[in-house]
Write a new protein. Sequence first.
Length: 336
Amino acid sequence: MAATRKQTLGEFIIENQNSFQYSSGELSKLINAIRLAAKVVNHEVNKAGLVDIIGAAGETNIQGENQQKLDVFANEKFIQTLTNREIVCGIASEEEDSFISINSSDENHQNKYVVLIDPLDGSSNIDVNVSVGTIFSIYRRITPVGTPVTLEDFLQPGNQQVAAGYVVYGTSTMIVYTTGHGVNGFTLNPALGTFYLSHPNMQFPETGKIYSVNEGNYVHFHQGVKDYIKYCQMEEGDRPYTSRYIGSLVSDFHRNMIKGGIYMYPKSSVTHSGKLRLLYECNPMAFIAEQANGMAIGGKTRILDIQPTELHQRVPFFCGSRKMVEKLKEFLEKYQ
């Protein structure tokens, strides 16, 4: 019997275009542009050990973190691809100090979408050949079409996202994204350069047996988080759970969505506001999590309901299988 032909990402986008809230075709073109940039970055990631593309670039980004050479490359490629295709009116990147305003070729600022992007999540793992990724978030602008974008267009709560997704550059390269109608994953066939639908309708298991947290920072955590970690380690019922932490948000999230688990990056006595960025990491991952039957909170608050106040704002982040996040929330609320 002949194998069933898998749907390509391009075919999937066209077939589902009418399910978008605004079906002008712009959002489809935007996701296609991200697909193209992801293939270029994937090519560089896969040859990183062979050329002078690994290691530090010798500069720091707005976060005060050392930039890796691939960080800079990925940032340039995504900005260049999105700008050249004239689909967006603005881009904000974790690697840039401020947002970038983009005019359309007719100089009338007619484009309607802004993109926020973490071009290379987990880049500190590049030199040791561990999976890294790209995270993106898409909003419709709220300032009038025909005018330049302002900061207001980027400081929207996550519940206003029209699409979000990530690319994981691993043993296989995948794009996973949502437009608010479930989550689907597409795997790259490197021989053809084509993404195929490999993981339709992805869902977090209701519960799981994996907890992902940097336990080296345990002493600095909030007491509720400490108590939950001890709960995960207790020999009782289906516990102890398994500890799995890669240090690349995309990789940890992707594994937990498939196998069931919880990811935690709490605030601490060292990082008083948390470390992950609300706009580039937490909002898009929270949108995906909720669309995949998972849950994402920043403590007592739903991540997607947080009103951003600055472009590079950091927040605590907990997400994953619904029952595990709900149990964590019980521990957090004991001390709040």
